[in-house]
Design a protein around this ligand. Sequence first.
Ligand SMILES: [Ca+2]
Ligand SMILES: [Ca+2]
Ligand SMILES: [Ca+2]
Length: 274
Amino acid sequence: MTNRPAAKRPLTSILSAIALVLATLSASLASTGVAHADTCKDGVCITAAQTGAGLSNVTTTLQTNVPTTAYYYLFDSTGGVAGAKVVSVPSTTHVLSVDGLSPANDYTWWATVIDASGAAVARQSTVSTQRGRVQVRFDTADVWDDSDFWSAGDMSVYGRAGDAQVTIDESRQIDGDGLNGVGTSLHGLVLTVPNTAPTITAAVEMYDDDCDFFELCVHGLGPSWGQGSDSEADWATAWATAPTRNQDGKWHPFHGRVDGPVGFSAQLSYRVVP
Ligand SMILES: [Ca+2]
Ligand SMILES: [Ca+2]
Ligand SMILES: [Ca+2]
C-alpha cells in the first residue's frame, strides 16, 4: 500500500494520502456495509474501542498499545464525510468527537492510528445518534369538494402528528367545488412529538357540519381520524407519512390526500430535531 499516511510526512502529503484512502474506503463502505476490525498490524494494536452517541454528537475512545497519532473519520449513511479529527500528538488514549450531527442518523466511523515508525492499523464500526423529536407543520390545503354543493362547507379542521393533535380551525367557511379546488391556509401550526419509529404519520381531518337547527345532532366535538357521511356531517381524513431516519434537520414537504366525502389534499412539512 503506497498511500498509507506516515507520521513524519508533511501535513499536505498526509492529507492527500488520506483523500485517496477516503475515496477507497467510501467505495468499500458502500459495497460491504460491514465493520471489520483489524486490531493489530506491524506491532501496532488498537486494544479497545468504545463509541457513544448523543442527539448531535458521536465520541469514539481508542486505546493503543504504543503511543500513536490518529486519523478519525465519520461517514454518513450515503458514504459522505460527516466529520473528521486528526490527533498529531502521540498518545495511547484518543478521545475522538464529532459534533453538529443530526438525530436519528446512522454513521460509520473509521480510525487509523500510526506509531513513531509509521506502522499503522485501522478499525471501523457503526453508530447511530439518538432519535430526538419530529416536528410536523401544517401548511396549506386544497379543497375541491367541500361536500355542500349549494353553499360553503362549515368546516372544522384538525391536525395530527403521531399521537398528538391540534384544532386548526373551528367552523370555518370553505367553498371548494371543482377539479382545481380552493387553497386554504392551515396557519403553519406545528406539532412536536418523540421520534419513536422509522416514519412519522400525520393527518388532516376536515369535518363539515350539516346539522340544521331543527335536528337533534349527536356528533361529539373533535376529530375521528376517519371518514363518513350522515345527515349531520360529512368528514374525511388525509394521511401522510415520511421517513425519520437519516434526515438532515431541515424542513421537507410531504402530502396527504382524500377524495371523499370531503375531497382535499394537505401540504405538510416535517423535520427531525434534537
Ligand atoms: Ca356537507
Ligand atoms: Ca360548496
Ligand atoms: Ca355544511
